[in-house]
Design a protein around this ligand. Structure first.
Ligand code: SAH
Ligand code: SF4
Ligand code: F3S
Length: 437
């Protein structure tokens, strides 16, 4: 049987696409391998969000050139956002590449692999909802699953390549989502994460329209407290009273939100076309905390956007201080093709961006440590999951409803079970404790 080596970069949407690609190719008779030396097909599922992500793909691809010479019949394909962004140019630039397939075109892969097929490109942007592809998703985890509920993005933030790589926003019909989650529950999954680029603007364009919160309520009725439900990433502008109330009320919905802010400066937020200002963001945070006091809030921040001044950056630090984030991904701004910000004047130097990044990371460290220390002495519900294990010295690992990683000691526990853990220690990145039952 031919062997597939699949390499995945990027966000959860890409993780899920890789599980779809695996499903498609297993049906075609492939088996999975970790070793690229023994692969008959190598697929890179790529990310274009920052220049560095794109460069990683090219250097990995370069390393396969020799392999291609040694192994007759080896095929190499690129999928994902770099595929969509670059298209035919990739085939021109890398003569040993066999196919290029955008995120909306996964079902083209088997055809492009047929014996005697010419090198090919499938990057037409999907007009409709592309999920599920007509083969079962081959999930890596048996405990938590990604469930796509919408694709694409209409917001066109000036720094972001996603609307160009993933196309316009389209929502998946609620019935299909419910059916998928029903099946996941039947299979014993304990957690689903609903995925979408602006996941909380779900459903408005469907006929009949349905709101994100209505969908969450339907899901809650189905899974109750057996399954945990998360979603990522919501857009601050669409955080509503109803959503905050749902987080507080629904047993399945976890007290956790990843709410990208990007900047604390009104001037920069405006330049980014984010659609909210600092005060509005802070109001959303206050609303969430008022309704669900136990909520953990994480974010994304970009430092060094074109024209950003020390004063703007300071406003971001102030906002970080004011909110006290549980965690954050902080990025140096990276100019991306097709985006408005790429052509903006006053692009900042790597030196400035690097300095600001370090500064912001130090502040983040303090706030996440402080937030995590507040758990010391509390007993929390942990979903046991070995996939989260990073430390060998403790026996078990899992996550709290707030999505905090917990390493804990105790007798044997079953992967996928819920246990109570008394928290005894905290670091900025995880909690530690002892199992109580
Ligand atoms: N849909 C999500 C973001 C997806 S991209 C949202 O709107 O929140 C994930 C993160 O990558 C973004 O939140 C942003 O912080 C970062 N990012 C996107 N484009 C970037 C760029 N050009 N340079 C640096 N970081 C970027
Ligand atoms: Fe990108 Fe903005 Fe859309 Fe998020 S909302 S995917 S940052 S364009
Ligand atoms: Fe990257 Fe595409 Fe996701 S650019 S972050 S893989 S949507």
């Amino acid at each position: 049987m031919p062997k597939l080596k699949l390499i995945t970069y990027g966000c959860q949407a890409n993780d899920l696409d890789s599980e779809r690609i695996t499903g498609l190719l297993l049906r075609e008779g492939f088996t999975l391998t970790e070793q690229e030396e023994e692969a008959d097909l190598i697929v890179l599922n790529t990310c274009a969000i920052r220049e560095k992500a794109e460069h990683k793909v090219y250097s990995r691809l370069g390393s396969f050139q020799a392999l291609k010479r040694q192994r007759a019949g080896l095929k190499i394909g690129i999928c994902g956002c770099v595929a969509q962004q670059e298209g035919q140019a990739l085939l021109n630039r890398f003569p040993y590449l066999d196919f290029v397939v955008g995120p909306g075109q996964l079902t083209a892969i088997p055809t492009l692999l047929q014996a005697g097929a010419a090198r090919g490109v499938a990057t037409a942007r999907a007009a409709g909802y592309s999920y599920p592809v007509d083969a079962p998703v081959q999930r890596r985890s048996g405990i938590r699953a990604w469930v796509s509920i919408m694709e694409g993005c209409d917001r066109f933030c000036t720094f972001c390549v996603v609307p160009f790589t993933r196309g316009r926003e389209r929502s998946r019909p609620p019935q299909a989502i419910i059916e998928e989650i029903r099946e996941l529950k039947r299979q014993g999954y304990r957690e689903v994460t609903l995925l979408g680029q602006t996941v909380n603007s779900y459903g408005r364009k469907l006929t009949p329209p349905i709101s994100f919160v209505e969908l969450l309520r339907h899901i809650d009725q189905l899974v109750g407290d057996y399954m945990r439900v998360r979603f990522t990433s919501p857009h601050p502008s669409d955080v509503t009273d109803e959503l905050a109330a749902a987080i507080a009320e629904l047993p399945s919905l976890c007290e956790q939100i990843h709410l990208p802010v990007q900047s604390g400066s009104d001037r920069i937020l405006h330049q980014m076309k984010r659609g909210y200002n600092r005060e509005e963001y802070l109001e959303k945070v206050a609303l969430l905390r008022a309704k669900a006091p136990d909520i953990a809030i994480t974010t994304d921040i970009i430092v060094g956007f074109p024209g950003e001044t020390e004063e703007d950056f300071q406003a971001t630090l102030d906002l970080m201080q004011e909110v006290g984030f549980d965690g954050a991904f902080i990025f140096k701004y990276s100019p991306r093709p097709h985006t408005e910000a790429e052509g903006m004047p006053d692009q900042l130097s790597e030196e400035v961006k690097g300095r600001w990044l370090e500064h912001a990371l130090r502040l983040l460290n303090q706030s996440s440590l402080e937030r995590n220390r507040a758990y010391i002495g509390r007993t929390v519900e942990v979903l046991v999951n070995r996939e989260d294990a990073k430390v060998d010295t403790v026996r078990h690992t899992g996550r709290t409803r707030q999505n905090k990683i917990v390493h804990f000691r105790g007798d044997e526990v079953v992967d996928g079970s819920m246990v109570q853990v008394a928290i005894t220690e905290a670091t900025p990145l995880y909690l530690q404790g002892e199992i109580v039952c």
